[in-house]
Design a protein. Structure first.
Length: 325
């Protein structure tokens, strides 16, 4: 392609992007917490917030580095893994205060404590909802929550956790399960920092990954529709022509190569920001795919100077393969 024809093509692409921008409501950007920029779990936290699993500490702040309290941690686990209340065998409905000395039955977290107890999570009777929760306490309770949803395969490889000498056998077993299922990645020198308080960002990221694991491994959907819409997408930009950038959307951790991506729409916001909304599409009916974790990509184009983030939507069960806008 010569230089002149390339410029003509780029101009057409610029015009197309302009038409696209005019077809959506400028300024209608997706909600995002203002204090998550640069946080590695940003997209996961925003996805969980959209699903109603986690809330901020204010209207626009999540406080990702703040310590998780027991009340917050239990609510994260119960809501994120969709634990259900269990019917009582007695004539009256049980109250959280019947099991926990420091839980007020009218508190916002009371129902989560009760559901956690009903699903077999090992919470102490004297648990303080306002006390900080350690990383190992959160990991141990999360593992129990996963196990309450059903059986799942775990390899028998033992991970040498160098700072886990003081963990109880039950805590070590839970941590080994999370490491072997790759829900937890050990840090430098195989450390986990078990006794440090878990942060809100760390807890949210682990809940997000555990919810995906539960949906795809423990309780997979047999209807052959695409799995949960809680997928994190990343966007890379590269120059495609005068005034136009090529935006490549990538989503990792798809259950098998049969799943794909479809870009549904783009919303342009203030300060040259754009949100690319996408769906995960189901495999083609009747075809067999190897059960290996894969990634999907889709491409669209944006005016030069725009930054972009990705947001998942509910998957469309009637479509298959990946498409690009």
């Amino acid at each position: 392609m010569n230089k002149q024809s390339f410029r003509m093509r780029a101009k057409k692409m610029t015009i197309a992007c302009g038409i696209l921008a005019a077809s959506v409501s400028f300024g209608a950007s997706a909600f995002a917490f203002s204090d998550l920029k640069g946080d590695p779990a940003e997209s996961k936290i925003n996805a969980l917030h959209k699903e109603g699993v986690v809330n901020g500490v204010s209207a626009d702040r999540f406080a990702p580095k703040s310590k998780v309290t027991f009340a917050q941690g239990i609510q994260f686990i119960v809501s994120g893994l969709q634990l259900s209340p269990k019917p009582s065998s007695g004539s009256s409905s049980p109250a959280a205060s019947s099991y926990f000395d420091k839980v007020n039955d009218k508190a916002w977290y009371a129902s989560s404590f009760l559901i956690a107890q009903q699903n077999g999570l090992s919470l102490d009777k004297s648990a303080d909802p306002n006390a900080p929760m350690s990383r190992i306490q959160f990991a141990h309770l999360l593992t129990q929550a996963l196990q309450s949803k059903g059986n799942f395969p775990v390899t028998l490889m033992y991970a040498d956790i160098t700072d886990g000498a003081k963990l109880s056998n039950a805590e070590m077993n839970s941590l080994q399960i999370l490491v072997n299922t790759r829900l937890v990645t050990l840090e430098k020198n195989n450390t986990f920092r078990p006794n440090e308080a878990v942060t809100r960002s760390e807890a949210a990221a682990l809940i997000y990954d555990a919810a995906e694991f539960a949906r795809t491994v423990i309780t997979p959907d047999d209807s052959n529709t695409a799995p949960s819409n809680l997928y994190a997408g990343s966007v890379t930009l590269e120059k495609a022509g005068d005034g136009v950038n090529k935006a490549t959307l990538t989503v990792n951790d798809l259950p098998n190569p049969g799943y794909g991506l479809k870009i549904d729409r783009i919303e342009f916001g203030p300060d040259k920001t754009a949100v690319i909304y996408f769906s995960v599409t189901q495999p083609a009916p009747g075809k067999m795919y190897p059960m290996v974790i894969s990634k999907g990509t889709a491409v669209t184009y944006l005016p030069e100077g725009y930054t972009a983030t990705a947001q998942s939507l509910t998957a469309n069960p009637s479509s298959s393969g990946s498409s690009a806008m």
